[in-house]
Each structure stands twice: as C-alpha cells, then as structure tokens.
Design a protein around this ligand. Structure first.
Ligand code: RB5
Length: 166
C-alpha cells in the first residue's frame, strides 16, 4: 500500500464503546477528525452501565460488511470488546495499549479493529495508538499466508466447514 508517512490508510472508521470506555471515546473521535477520517459512532453515549457485546457487534459487522474500513472499540480493558468482535467473520481485532503494538498489529496482522482499554491505558497512549493504527499499512509478504491460515480456521468452523457437522 502506498500511504505517505502520517497519512491515514482508512477513510471511514466505526467507533463503539461501553460505559468503561466512554471516557476516551471523544478523544478517539478527535484523533480520527485530525486524520481526516470519517467516523461512524455506534455509541454508547454515557457512563450508564451497558453490555459491551451489544456495541462490539454493530462495529464488527460494519467492518465485516465493508461499510467501514476499520473499527475502534473501547471498554474497560479492551479485552471483552476484542473477544466479541473476533466472533464476526473477517474481523481481526487486537487489544493494544501503545503505538508500538497498534502499528505492529496493522503491519503484521492486518488488524481491522483496534480495541482499547480506557481503565488501563491513559489518554495520551490511546491517542498515539489510534494514530499508529490508522496510519500503518499492512506489510503483506510473509504475513499474507498467515492471515490465510487464520481465515481457514474460521472457514473450518463456519457454515459448511468440516467441524460443523450436518
Ligand atoms: C465493564 O465493567 C467491563 O467489564 C468492560 O468494560 C470491559 O473491560 C470488559 O472486557
């Protein structure tokens, strides 16, 4: 891919959070705006307690269907959001707490969902992680076959897959 340094590789990014991630959602939206990325905000919109899978699902589906190029999810740790999002076919969600892992999960894993933990990662690190995630292209090369192997696991357990029985 031919993105210039600091240029976004995504045009439209889906964003979602639960009450544990709400405190940093605005920060994420601001960084996306600075990068010229259109954000689709799937909520939540307050610190009232909600269930994170309800917000992971629409974000992951928007990515899986190609309606958004990528997603960013926030909860207390990022972990629940990533577990839920990774159940949706085609989604590769990664929990990252710094720019280093956020860049590597793009360049090595072609991650299409970034999961952040607002209770464990400070605002400055979240800003750095979002910038790195959105500006780092997939390296391709030796990583491509590994992604294919991940997709084959998904197919094995999906409809018509050998582990689904009949
Ligand atoms: C909510 O209390 C918390 O469990 C949630 O935000 C998240 O951290 C789950 O992984």
């Amino acid at each position: 891919m031919g993105a210039e340094a600091g240029e976004s590789v995504f045009r439209r990014v889906a964003v979602g959070c639960d009450h544990g991630g709400f405190s940093l959602k605005e920060t994420v939206l601001e960084v996306l705006g600075q990068l010229g990325i259109q954000a689709a905000d799937f909520g939540t919109s307050s610190e009232e307690s909600v269930d994170y899978p309800s917000f992971a699902l629409p974000v992951a589906e928007a990515v899986s269907r190609g309606e958004c190029d990528a997603g960013i999810l926030l909860c207390g740790t990022g972990i629940g959001m990533a577990i839920a999002a990774n159940k949706v076919p085609g989604v590769r969600a990664a929990v990252c707490g710094c720019s280093c892992t956020a860049a590597l999960t793009r360049s090595h894993n072609d991650a299409n969902v970034l999961a952040l933990g607002a209770r464990v990662t400070g605002g400055a690190l979240v800003q750095d992680a979002v910038r790195a995630f959105c500006t780092t292209p997939f390296d391709g090369g030796r990583h491509t076959g590994r992604l294919r192997a991940i997709a084959e696991i998904e197919e094995k357990y999906g409809p018509g897959g050998s582990e689904r029985g009949g």
